[in-house]
Design a protein around this ligand. Structure first.
Ligand code: GMT
Length: 388
């Protein structure tokens, strides 16, 4: 049975964020293992720049009929999911980020009336922000309780889910992953493009939302830069970018901070950096910290959410309480200024990424979950036999 090739629909937010990256990479790896993968989303996920064998894309068309003040994306998605499930005889839908994806998948399941399974992966603010909003809490709870399986990307996110919604359903932790081969130098960028030879390079990558505390990034960098000649590269875009620009101007750091905007291929940029800054307020995992670690780049950030499950404090980076800009700046200076420390963190990080977050190992975990969900009776028999 574990050799059975499955037909899997994957839905994610296609245009930004770690959840879209994880969903896309997962689909591509599952396709390499022989499964048939159908991405169902509003546009082509940004890392899916080609459609290899076994991979299909189905675009959800959203109606702009003039009666709608807000186009009902969740309904268009449900309808598309139902037609793809029917046309391609899908076995399961794996949705990333609950709102509205799980709810749409459950509706699609009712519409097609097959033995379709629905698996939800929680990524972060779908719980830590939206499950606190009255308009979403009950529907998130309903959606999780009616999923055939729920996973979360860290132990902390499981705890937060149980804290906010109660222990309504078992949640399996499946960490995010990297393919170490993606983090090999290919020479697309060179340090000299961004900094003088004697300067260090700090990097921050995010969607510049308030939870990322991007103004702290500038404050930390400003303190580091007073001690260590350095440059800061900012990658991404989002609502807080104007405030960050303003702070850079006020602190007269215009020559030191480079804004690169959204970049589809960030792996090459990690490879020229010395340090990642991640002072987030909420971060259920911190995929960027893992990608940086896999590239040999230590992280200085906040001791919150799932970050401590990724970054080992004192071994692959340093973590401080949220908002402790002074402490983070001192830790960054320590890593960059202490002979041998950066190299130790670098090697420990590469080793940790390979040992705990290797794509092969994590994708196999998802695969096992799929088989379990597809064969619940077999699972029950196994549990019963283990009980004797
Ligand atoms: O939850 C979000 O705000 C968006 C989401 C995303 O799509 O990137 O980010 C979350 O999922 C990532 C992938 O699992 C994690 O690496 C991020 O830590 C997490 N973001 C937050 O918890 C703020």
């Amino acid at each position: 049975m574990s050799n059975q090739k499955l037909k899997i629909g994957i839905t994610c937010y296609p245009s930004l964020g770690g959840s879209g990256v994880v969903a896309t990479e997962l689909g591509l790896m599952l396709a390499k293992r022989g499964h048939e993968i159908h991405f169902i989303s509003s546009s082509l996920p940004f890392r899916l720049n080609r459609l290899p064998k076994n991979v299909f894309f189905h675009e959800v068309e959203v109606s702009d009929y003039y009666v709608f003040r807000y186009p009902p994306y969740g309904l268009s998605l449900a309808s598309k999911m139902a037609s793809v499930v029917k046309d391609f005889s899908l076995d399961l839908l794996h949705v990333h980020y609950t709102v509205p994806h799980t709810t749409s998948a459950l509706l699609a399941k009712q519409m097609v009336n097959t033995n379709l399974k629905v698996i939800t992966t929680l990524h972060g603010t779908d719980i830590t922000v939206l499950a606190q909003e009255n308009s979403f809490k009950d529907i998130i709870q309903y959606s999780l309780m009616n999923s055939d399986a729920v996973t979360a990307v860290s132990n902390d996110l499981i705890l937060q889910t149980h804290r906010l919604l109660g222990e309504i359903i078992p949640i399996e932790r499946i960490y995010n992953f990297v393919d170490a081969n993606d983090f090999m130098p290919r020479g697309a960028f060179s340090r000299i493009d961004f900094a003088d030879p004697h300067e260090k390079i700090l990097i921050h990558i995010s969607n510049f939302r308030p939870v990322k505390r991007t103004e702290d990034v500038i404050d930390i960098f400003s303190k580091v830069n007073k001690i260590i000649p350095s440059k800061l590269i900012l990658i991404g875009d989002g609502p807080d970018l104007p405030k960050v620009n303003e702070k850079v101007r006020i602190l007269a750091l215009e020559d030191k901070v480079k804004f690169l905007g959204k970049q589809d291929q960030v792996t090459e940029l990690y490879l020229i950096a010395d340090l990642l800054l991640l002072p987030s307020e909420k971060e259920s995992f911190g995929l960027v910290a893992l990608e940086a670690m896999a590239s040999g780049v230590p992280t200085v950030g906040s001791d919150t959410g799932g970050i401590p499950e990724v970054i080992k404090h004192g071994k692959t980076g340093y973590l401080s309480p949220i908002g402790d800009v002074e402490g983070m700046a001192n830790q960054a200076i320590q890593i960059l200024n202490t002979t041998g420390l950066h190299e130790r963190f670098k090697q420990a990080g590469i080793e940790r990424a390979r040992s705990y977050f290797d794509s092969g190992h994590i994708v196999a975990q998802y695969e096992r979950l799929y088989y379990r969900v597809m064969n619940p009776d077999k699972q029950l028999q196994k549990l019963e036999s283990e009980a004797y």
